[in-house]
Design a protein around this ligand. Structure first.
Ligand code: MLT
Length: 429
């Protein structure tokens, strides 16, 4: 705590504690406001309301800063890999050599799912969205660990963490294979997380997948950049569901469902579908910009702007750099990248976008890299979920370890009918 604030309500003064975070963010603690004054606060969308104190991720929306456990994402993207970054987010520190090998071996050793679960896929139509499958399968994983579902027993939770991280990746690859009518490709315990995923996605019984180190690096970068983002919609969902003492699988399945929404993780799929339409209809970028500025056009420019970042999304900068490098190195010419760059240039030089702080966010370029890997559009949000999983787990653990143990239960301001009598049917109009 750092001092006291004051609020005057109905002429009466109420003192409220002020907190200052390690990055000098300030908050008024209203925990006792209703008890002392009878008032609650109202903040639709929680744009001004902190749900918790957290030590996992720091964002400065004005300066475009994003750090995991204090380490800038730019450094992690260049020097780390997704498994090491997952360890950092979940356990709070970069692993030493022994810890990193043990964690990697745990993930590689627990990559398979129960044979019975593979049969679940056969019940879905090939057109089923992979996010529907992912959320159902992750929730179903709880059936195979009945002895490890107590969220308040760190030993049980620690038993689940590497298994969930590894098996969700396998489930994602299997959902893709089933949608293609192909047999699943079992993981190989001698492959790292990303190589295993790409092989499970693209190998077939008839043809081995040639692991490309550039694609593996690009996938590690993408997953690192998506690994956490403090109290976003899906992470807040994981925390809220977890606060009821729902098990880890159920809480993560809820987060997957929240991420599916086009306003959240589904945006990367929407961006590529938008770019594909622009390319197919050969719409000039100038016309796209005009439509984006005309609220009556019914056109929404996807992948631009962000609730928190006020000048640029640091993740978009890193992804764009890697996108350029990967496509150039592979000699891949993707017209969608050219369109994306033209759109960005047009938007960043147009006052309409600058005044509204509309610039590319993390979703704008990520799909172009996924396309370069051969990952289909309807799998893009699944890739976002794979990346965000360690962040969801880290917040879920932090909530149980450092929270006050209370179930999350917001208040409301009731604006409905005041008391009125029941009207018998024959008296209704
Ligand atoms: C995210 O990474 O979760 C998105 O940028 C959305 C957000 O942070 O609100």
């Amino acid at each position: 705590m750092s001092g006291m604030g004051e609020i005057i309500l109905d002429g009466k003064s109420y003192k409220l504690p002020v907190l200052v975070g390690t990055e000098k963010e300030k908050a008024v603690d209203i925990t006792k406001l209703r008890q002392d004054s009878g008032y609650i606060t109202l903040d639709s969308g929680y744009g001004n309301t902190g749900a918790c104190k957290s030590a996992i991720t720091f964002i400065d929306g004005d300066l475009g800063i994003l750090r995991y456990r204090g380490i800038p994402i730019e450094e992690l993207a260049d020097k780390s890999d997704f498994v090491e970054t997952s360890y950092l987010l979940i356990y709070g520190q970069l692993p030493n050599r022994t810890q990193r090998e043990e964690f990697r071996n745990l993930l590689s050793g627990h990559a398979m799912i129960h044979e019975g679960m593979i049969k679940f896929f056969d019940g879905y139509p090939t057109t089923a969205h992979p996010m529907a499958i992912l959320s159902a399968m992750v929730c179903s994983l709880s059936s195979y660990y009945p002895e490890h579902l107590d969220p308040n027993d760190p030993t049980q939770v620690n038993h689940l963490v590497p298994r969930l991280l590894s098996k969700m990746r396998t489930i994602a690859a299997y959902s893709y294979k089933k949608s293609k009518g192909q047999p699943v490709i079992y993981p190989k315990s001698d492959l790292d997380y990303c190589s295993n995923f790409l092989r499970m996605m693209f190998a077939t019984p008839a043809e081995e997948y040639q692991i490309d180190p550039d694609m593996v690096k690009a996938l590690n970068v993408l997953l690192i950049l998506h690994a956490d983002h403090e109290q976003n919609c899906s992470t807040s969902t994981v925390r809220l569901v977890g606060s009821s003492d729902a098990n880890l699988f159920a809480s993560i399945a809820a987060g997957i469902c929240a991420l599916w929404g086009p306003k959240h993780g589904g945006a990367n799929q929407e961006v590529v579908e938008m770019l594909e339409l622009i390319e197919k209809e050969k719409v000039p970028v100038k016309e796209i910009v005009r439509r984006a500025k005309d609220k009556n056009s019914g056109f929404r420019l996807m992948g631009f702007g962000h609730r928190v970042y006020k000048n640029f999304d640091p993740r978009a900068k890193v992804i764009k750099t890697y996108c350029d490098k990967l496509l150039a190195k592979k000699g891949i010419k993707d017209p969608l990248l050219d369109i994306a760059k033209e759109l960005e240039e047009a938007a960043l030089s147009d006052d309409f976008f600058k005044e509204r702080k509309l610039y590319p966010n993390v979703d704008f370029y990520s799909g172009v890299i996924y396309r370069a890997m051969g990952i289909p559009t309807d799998m893009f949000t699944v890739m976002f979920a794979l990346g965000r999983l360690p962040g969801w787990i880290a917040h879920w653990i932090e909530m149980h370890r450092d929270g006050d143990g209370r179930i999350g239960r917001p208040r409301q301001v009731y604006v409905g009918d005041t008391q009125r009598p029941y009207i018998p049917m024959d008296q209704r109009k």
